[in-house]
Design a protein around this ligand. Structure first.
Ligand code: PLP
Length: 408
């Protein structure tokens, strides 16, 4: 272990800001601080840089720049799409989504239910996949929008968005996808995909946190969520976050340039890591479909141990990963994603997500593989039920249980 080095396996939570992105942003945090809406040149030149960033992010998803609305984050993009669909079709009060969405969708849909809207949360299969026929059957005459994520943040499982969008089109229903976990991992072509709305968040793409976008297909009726000034062609009020928008544009350029090669490299690292963990550590299991998932994510259940204990020990070794569980005030809630896939609470509470990124190296994986088996063995040695049960019934519980939620 390099003293002080962080071995970062949590790229689905957030990513390191690329130095090229920082460099692109700096002028807009110093000398170029004009307001892009101003009439004079000092402001107008800044507006020019927003235009150029808009073109770059549009190119990343093969959209027209006029179809891009910059937002503050992926959460805002998701909320805005569903909000717009409901407000622009007041007679339609039903939303279809899935049980495994990010809380940015689930919580908003639960809020809508409290306001009298109806929401169908579609179940998933044990490998995290979706039953497309069930989705089709769940669409009703009063369905305003189908909102289904493209790639799951916990398992990496990919939903067949093209098919889902085609079903929506045939039924005349708007289709939104939370594609926050997709850029840099899969090619995005909104025309091929056929969705009406698509959400992205820049911090999953080596740009800073606090900037996102919503793609709105041309001629789709749109009702702003953040109401105020005429920014973003009247579709999102608020003075533009210029440095972050510029950074997002640069990150989009970098992601496009590296897509094919980087994915092959990262997939190779991920597969080697996963194969070795599953091979070297008994009573482990991959969660989620092996094939149909993004190339960087691996979610593994470690029977007889609590994810929280593993994470604490990994942290001591300088390794960052995350659990698929949300822990509130000392009682561990198993991940809603893994639970929806049918994992029992014990197995779900013993699951860890490893997510790789551009800055991971073969040495990082070697180091993880060197640390993990002995660490799990140590925890199992103090687990009251390890060796006496199968299926992860017992756990070595972390002593200092602290409040946390799964990030990203
Ligand atoms: N959707 C998914 C699938 C995510 O992984 C995240 C990440 O946190 C979000 C939405 C929310 O994005 P943001 O953090 O930009 O609000």
């Amino acid at each position: 272990m390099d003293a002080g080095k962080i071995y970062y396996f949590d790229n689905n939570a957030t990513t390191r800001v690329a130095p090229e992105v920082v460099e692109a942003m700096l002028p807009f945090l110093s000398e170029q601080w004009g307001n892009p809406s101003s009439m004079y040149q000092f402001g107008k030149s800044v507006a020019g840089h927003i235009k150029s960033a808009r073109e770059k992010v549009a190119a990343l998803i093969h959209a027209d720049p006029r179809e891009i609305i910059f937002t503050s984050c992926g959460t805002e993009s998701n909320n805005s799409a569903i909000h717009s669909a409901l407000v622009s079709q007041p007679g339609k009060r039903h939303v279809v989504t899935t049980a495994v969405e990010h809380s940015a969708n689930i919580k908003f849909c639960e809020f809508l239910q409290k306001r009298g809207y109806e929401v169908t949360f579609l179940p998933v299969e044990s490998d995290g996949s979706i039953d497309i026929h069930l989705l089709e059957k769940s669409i009703r005459p009063d369905t305003a929008i189908v909102s289904v994520m493209w790639a799951n943040n916990e398992t990496g499982v990919i939903f067949p968005l093209e098919e889902i969008a085609a079903i929506c089109r045939s039924k005349g229903v708007l289709c939104h996808t939370d594609a926050v976990q997709v850029p840099g991992k899969l090619k995005i072509d909104v025309a091929e995909l056929g969705v009406d709305f698509l959400s992205l968040s820049a911090h999953k793409l080596h740009a800073p946190k606090g900037i996102g976008l919503l793609y709105v297909k041309r001629r789709t009726r749109y009702q702003p969520y953040v109401i105020g000034g005429g920014q973003e062609h009247g579709r999102r009020g608020g003075t533009e976050n210029v440095p972050y928008i510029v950074g997002f544009g640069r990150a989009a350029e970098l992601a496009m340039a590296g897509l094919a090669d980087e994915n092959t490299r990262i997939r190779g690292l991920r597969d080697r890591m996963e194969k070795n963990i599953l091979g070297a550590i008994p009573n482990t299991l991959r969660n989620g479909n092996r094939e149909s998932r993004v190339p960087n994510t691996s979610n593994i259940a470690f029977d007889f141990v609590e994810a929280e204990s593993i994470l604490l020990m990994l942290d001591q070794a300088g390794i960052c990963a995350s659990s698929g569980s949300a822990c509130t005030t000392g009682s561990l809630d198993p991940s809603h994603v893994l639970t929806a896939m049918g994992l029992g609470p014990a197995r779900a509470r013993g699951s860890i997500r490893f997510s790789l990124g551009s800055y991971n190296t073969a040495e990082d994986v070697d180091y993880l593989l060197e640390q993990l088996p002995s660490l799990i063995a140590k925890l199992r040695a103090v687990s009251p039920t390890a060796g006496t049960h199968h299926g992860g019934a017992g756990h070595a519980h972390a002593k200092h249980s602290k409040k946390h939620t799964v990030a990203g």
